[in-house]
Design a protein around this ligand. Structure first.
Ligand code: 3PG
Ligand code: CO
Length: 555
């Protein structure tokens, strides 16, 4: 059987306190006014970098380095934390769905055959994020699924869209809805009754995460299942245009709407006998809707009417809860994560973030598993996030509370690894509010300082890194790297992540003085961090892990 025991590191001792800090959405880019990491006062992060080539470097956080289909795919928290925690690069959901669609295997597997039974008499509903962002879903995958399903018997199809503007430019939703409408009209020409049935902005409708605010999921349920929403339109393009104008909401925050027929009746509520697919591959923002669609016992909101449906996820979203039980594509099998190894090797582990990022340093870190490996060795603390606001309003978020918690735990000496995610640069960066993002970065830096001070006091070690870029570039750029202006000559604010590398820094009084970053891993990425952390705990990583970033020189 598998041995969990790790070899002792030849030089580095066991038993040190190691703080692992992940700055969410903190990349390295050319300094200019749209680089909030640069604009912000960040004395702590600056001091880790300046003049310390042996203990500060950049690592890759996008594309192939984190298991995404292409080098044009920006990084994201799911794949970033998966790589950080698992120490290996796994083909991720985006890629696995591409392969299953390309080979047609998706149509032979259990999930599709399960829902196919409904096609003759009932409706197929597809619910998910409508964009080409590639973080949670992709429009081209939806289009292939629509084609494939209709060729395999689906006669009545309803799409429930969630508008993006977060992984893609705000305002781009209109174009994505137009593209989808033309795909659906092609299907209609072939005699298939295919329409958009409902919609809403992803941050306000359906795509909450980590149980931050069930109202978000309820709004989606009402529109998608019950066919009820505050706004009704005959056509989805008109809906998005109109709501952007009328409510002044950005794509991310559009209120829910339903599409109605000439008699004012919703065209696509979900009813008994229907098939439902949530077509996002990424888990965090699908888990809650999956529970509401799948669980018999459910008390998070009043579902009013619970249709007997056949429900299938694009992927299985939670490997521990086995949720949902039916899925079109098998998720990456992220096994033997560093977290699991460390508890087997006596490393007591503490992890903390606030709600909106809590699952990143636990669930994603542990290979998309909720829960502890060994509750006697681990403690995970969630600090409640503010609910019902956009984080540009409170850009400090709970970063200092998270840092205080980490500080207290470090000083308590009860844990060997103290792991946190500081959310600000990402969550505020996603709002597109540049001034607020500067405050966010400054706050994260203060949080880092607080943690590093505690490390100093206990003679520990720190490793500070990030999961992907965001706040370091807040503007859409042309090939030359200058802001790309829109038709009216304005800059276009970038709410999304980036392709930039992220910093990694190590240090602290407990770090052996001969430790430095190796010079022969120029393409090191996030997946190299796990072996590095294992070394800092005095252990050698399993041989199939991506190699460590550090070496010990001199004596
Ligand atoms: C989100 O879900 O908020 C964005 O699509 C991606 O952000 P994250 O990968 O940093 O969570
Ligand atoms: Co993000």
């Amino acid at each position: 059987g598998l041995s969990w025991e790790l070899e002792a590191h030849p030089t580095l001792p066991k038993g040190k306190t190691v703080a692992v800090v992940v700055l969410d959405g903190w990349g390295e880019a050319t300094p200019d006014q749209y680089n909030c990491v640069h604009v912000a006062e960040t004395p702590t992060m600056d001091s880790l970098k300046n003049g310390h080539p042996d203990t500060w470097r950049l690592v890759r956080a996008h594309g192939h380095a984190v298991g995404l289909p292409t080098e044009d795919d920006m990084g994201n928290s799911e794949v970033g934390h998966n790589a950080l925690g698992a120490g290996r690069i796994f083909a991720q959901g985006a890629k696995l769905v591409d392969l299953a669609l390309e080979s047609g295997k998706i149509y032979d597997d259990e999930g599709f055959n399960y829902i196919k039974d409904c096609f003759a008499e009932n409706t197929l509903h597809l619910i998910g994020l409508l964009s080409d962002g590639g973080v949670h879903s992709r429009l081209d995958q939806l289009q292939l699924l629509l084609k494939g399903s209709s060729e395999r018997g689906a006669k009545r199809i309803r799409v429930h869209i969630l508008t993006d503007g977060r992984d893609v430019l705000d305002g781009s939703s209109i174009g994505f809805v137009e593209t989808l409408e033309s795909t659906l009209s092609t299907l209609r020409e072939k005699g298939i009754d295919a329409q958009i049935a409902s919609g809403g902005g992803r941050m306000y409708v359906t795509m909450d995460r980590y149980e931050n605010d069930w109202e978000v999921v309820k709004r989606g349920w009402d529109a998608q299942v019950l066919g009820e929403a505050p706004y009704q339109f005959k056509n989805a393009v008109e809906a998005v245009k109109n709501l952007r104008e009328e409510t002044k909401c950005s794509d991310q925050y559009l209120p829910p709407f339903v599409i109605v027929d000439d008699n004012g009746k919703a065209v696509g509520p979900i009813v008994d006998g229907d098939a439902v697919v949530t077509f996002n591959f990424r888990a965090d923002r699908m888990t809650m809707i999956a529970k509401s669609l799948e669980y018999k016992d459910f008390d998070k909101f009043d579902r009013v009417r619970v249709p007997k449906i056949k429900y299938c996820g694009m992927l299985q979203y939670d490997g521990e809860l086995l949720l949902p039980s039916h899925y079109l594509v098998s998720p990456p099998e992220i096994d033997r994560t560093s977290g699991e190894y460390l508890v087997h090797n006596g490393v007591k582990t503490f992890a903390c973030s606030e709600t909106v990022k809590f699952g990143h340093v636990t669930f994603f870190w542990n290979g998309n598993r909720s829960g502890y490996f060994d509750s006697s060795m681990e403690e995970y603390v969630e600090i409640p996030s503010d609910v019902g606001i956009t984080f540009n309003v409170k850009p400090k978020m709970k970063a200092l509370e998270i840092a205080e918690k980490a500080r207290d735990i470090i000083l308590s000496g009860k844990f060997h690894q103290v792991r946190v995610n500081l959310p600000n640069s990402d969550m505020v960066g996603h709002t597109g509010d540049i001034e607020a993002t500067v405050v966010a970065c400054k706050t994260s830096d203060k949080g880092v300082k607080m943690i590093l001070d505690a490390v100093e006091q206990v003679g520990g070690i720190y490793l500070v890194t990030a999961d992907h870029g965001n706040a370091e570039d807040m503007v859409k750029r042309n090939k030359a790297g200058n802001p790309a202006l829109d038709k009216s000559g304005n800059i276009q604010v970038l709410t999304s992540h980036t392709l930039q590398p992220v910093p990694i820094a190590i240090g602290g009084p407990g770090l052996h003085s001969g430790v430095r970053f190796k010079r022969d891993v120029p393409n090191g990425g996030l997946a190299n961090v796990a072996a590095t952390v294992m070394n800092l705990h005095g252990l050698v990583a399993p041989s199939d892990y991506e190699e460590t970033l550090i070496e010990v020189v001199g004596n």
